[in-house]
Write a protein that binds this ligand. Sequence first.
Ligand code: ATP
Ligand code: MG
Length: 306
Amino acid sequence: MTNQTLLSTHGLRKSYGKRDAKFEALRGINLEIKQGESVAIVGKSGSGKSTLMHLLALLDRPTKGEIHLNGENTSKLRQRKLNHLRNKEFGFVFQSFFMNANDSVLNNVILPLKIDGVGRRERKQRAMHALKIVGLETKAKNKAKDLSGGQKQRVCIARAIVNNPKVIFADEPTGNLDSATGAKIEDILFNLNQEHGITLIVVTHDQELADKCQRQIHIADGHVASDKEGALIEDDKATREIEVYEEEPDEEEGDEEYHEDDDDDEENEEIIDRFLDDENADSDGDGFIDNNTQPHITHVKSKGSK
Ligand SMILES: Nc1ncnc2c1ncn2[C@@H]1O[C@H](COP(=O)(O)OP(=O)(O)OP(=O)(O)O)[C@@H](O)[C@H]1O
Ligand SMILES: [Mg+2]
């Protein structure tokens, strides 16, 4: 964590509806989030957690108050600039954000790069690298809808990191997952936070997950009820090795059709095959590419190599 403030809110308010139906979901939130922090936003159902997360992520505008990103007041920015900032600086792991179900896993991960205007070859290579990080490179060709719940969450993480974001926003990233799969999702997220310095902002009902964050912000009735350093368990959290697990390549799935553009299949095949065949890419077997084929996410150290 650095001392640099990444996001700050000033008197943030959000109401929904009008007149009699008006509901104040956020009632004056003042927060400062530093670059590289891991922050859990906790609180009862309906307390305003997701509303706050959507505002922080610049997905929605406040009714009153300001959000500053890197010291800049975002309410002064035009929608176009906001969209650009969001795509460039933020990654999202939201269950409701999932995905083009009938499109391939690869194309789903590629999307933020496409929006950002990254060239075709580079975006495929970077998307494959992100899939490798979450252990799903062999599922690149599958349709997104054919994956399991945990795999879908991992695709969401791959898409969230493909643009080398400064912040990952995750709303209930382990909700609806069994505990083993949830633990793997957590490992990936905390590894991104600790090894890559990505700021992690997580909404969760899971107290164990919240306890792994450096800081817990408790929201109650649209207010900050408490804001404190979390119960960090150093040797469990800080040095936990990321476990990238292998998916068995599925013979039948290899023939499945997928397409980013209709004339693109051959090039996709070539990039995926090269990626999967490249035995030298991960010589120490830690699940990360050693040669720097992906310029934006650097090699991740494994356990004890701080
Ligand atoms: N679009 C909307 N229109 C009207 N009311 C809304 C809207 N979105 C949220 N609310 C209300 O604002 C309050 C806060 O909602 P929010 O989704 O932020 O809660 P939450 O803390 O994320 O809850 P949960 O844990 O159940 O996801 C709730 O009372 C909700 O009904
Ligand atoms: Mg919510």
